[in-house]
Design a protein around this ligand. Structure first.
Ligand code: FRU
Length: 488
């Protein structure tokens, strides 16, 4: 696709173009059953996640014309339970002076009976130079969204490049603050802070000072919140090199945890940068508060600059399940929200002690389910689960007691990803008993290890009838106690 094709508006669609695309998408065997996915085209970051007027509002970055990045809309879905989402259609339409090349990512804040939507207006001039604007749109009680005509921040501050985007706004002590992803002139990434008394007039306060002077070339999609006694900064640094079992994806999504910041003098005392997800496909996470004060996170189950097998069917990507955050022993725990249980249908159980073999389960199979398994190592060198198993395909999740890693292997999961970032991800863990909670959908798996101590997320693209589940061990025994709930 040429740039001219990618930066068209929906109103520029050729006759039948959208209908034909829709037919291709609906015939895709990898359409998800219980994850938010685009009707056609490409989904990326979750945006504008918030609770307002009795329901959750969630938007996502959407390019309608196919699985490519180009003109971005905000697509809108709503829910009362975080698991059943209603399609509300387009939320923010780009194409005006300050968002001529896309309504890029941003956040929502409910205030005064309205939902304020902050986003980055992406524009390109005739020389294809980027000029970002931070923009505001307001949703009323009836769900009508009106874009404000002029931007709230009309240029990056001096010292920073045009990579300046993704405002995340919060309120503290009757003031409004925003963090934005930015790039210094020396091509290193950082987060900038703005403040406002009224959400319309914003003043630049400086960088959110961290201990990272040179940690990737751009930080995208920041989010700052407080949880318990701690301050947490999420962001996505681009351009880090892989180190051993860390940073193996093309770009990273992670967090810093430390003392709550004083936004009037924002120095952040923090610990190490930790990845939010130890799997393959996770980026641009955003959080909000539930009405009862829970911090809920949703991520993009995909990555920039990566091709996926659904591209040939005219669509790409989905969002993760919502995860509730908490803190234990200095790490962020992530658990699927309790409401996922609303998706549970028939229940099956299986308990087996497995000795140096692989047993295909008669009791458990499927392509869209939750599987909880307690794995107890009893001498085995390796023990785990093979799922979405067919004649020539399987996805492996196992514990390697010798190297002491939980391993997720999608080498033989099905249609291959076209990238060279490897098909194995590892999470270091020294344990005899491990709990694994898998959420399998038509083309994905999210694995919660030890009640949210780590999560591994992956898109997988198996044949429709690769539905088997097996337990296996090598070099000794292990016991498996599993419960499955079908989700369709
Ligand atoms: C992250 C990102 C954001 C930007 C959006 C554009 O995936 O690059 O920084 O606002 O996607 O779609």
């Amino acid at each position: 696709m040429t740039n001219a094709d990618k930066y068209r508006l929906l109103s520029d669609a050729a006759p039948d173009e959208l209908e034909n695309l829709s037919k291709r998408v609906n015939a895709s065997p990898w359409r998800q059953h219980y994850h938010v996915q685009p009707p056609i085209g490409l989904l990326n970051d979750p945006n504008g996640f918030g609770y307002f007027n009795g329901q959750y509002h969630l938007f996502y970055q959407w390019h309608p014309f196919g699985p490519v990045h180009g003109m971005k809309y905000w697509y809108h879905v709503t829910s009362t339970d975080l698991v059943h989402w209603e399609d509300m259609g387009i939320g923010i339409e780009p194409g005006d002076e300050y968002d001529s090349h896309g309504a890029y990512s941003g956040s929502a804040l409910a205030e005064d009976g309205k939902l304020y939507l902050f986003y980055t207006g992406n524009t390109r001039d005739k020389d294809w130079m980027r000029h970002p604007y931070q923009c505001l749109a307001v949703m009323d009680q009836d769900g009508n969204i009106t874009k404000q005509e002029t931007p709230i921040i009309d240029a990056p501050p001096p010292g920073y490049t045009a990579h300046f985007r993704d405002p995340k706004v919060w309120k503290a002590a009757d003031r409004f603050y925003a963090v934005l992803g930015a790039q210094r002139l020396n091509k290193t990434g950082c987060v900038l802070i703005y403040k406002s008394d009224d959400m319309h007039i914003w003043s630049f306060m400086g960088e959110l000072k961290t201990s990272f002077a040179d940690f990737g070339y751009m930080w995208e999609c920041p989010d700052y919140f407080e949880l318990g006694e701690k301050g947490v900064l999420l962001f996505c640094p681009q351009g880090l090199l892989a180190e051993k079992d860390r940073f193996e994806n093309i770009h990273q999504a992670g967090y810093l945890m430390g003392e709550p910041i004083n936004p009037e003098n924002p120095h952040f005392q923090h610990g190490n940068f930790m990845e939010l997800d130890r799997g393959f496909d996770f980026y641009a996470a955003q959080t909000t508060l539930s009405p009862d004060g829970k911090r809920i996170l949703i991520g993009w189950m995909g990555l920039p600059d990566t091709n996926y097998p659904t591209d040939m069917h005219g669509w790409a990507h989905c969002l993760t399940l919502p995860r509730e955050l908490s803190i234990k022993d200095g790490i962020l725990l992530q658990r699927p929200v309790k409401e996922v249980e609303l998706l549970r249908k028939e229940k099956y159980t299986a308990s087996h002690t497995v000795h140096n073999t692989k047993i295909q389960l008669a009791e458990i199979n499927g392509s869209s389910y939750e599987l909880f398994c307690e794995l107890c190592m009893d001498g085995a060198a390796k023990a785990g689960i093979s799922f979405r198993t067919g004649d020539t395909e399987e996805t492996l999740l196992y514990y390697d007691a010798v190297s002491k890693y939980v391993v997720l292997d999608r080498t033989r999961s099905g249609a291959a990803m076209k990238n060279d970032n490897g098909s194995i991800r590892r999470y270091a863990l020294d344990a005899r008993k491990i709990t694994l909670r898998l959420f399998v959908d038509q083309s994905s798996v999210e694995i919660f290890i030890n009640d949210g101590e780590a999560v591994m997320t992956a898109r997988i693209f198996p044949e429709n009838d690769s539905n088997g589940v097996a337990f296996f061990t090598e070099g000794g025994n292990a016991k498996f106690d599993a419960v499955q709930w079908l989700y369709q």
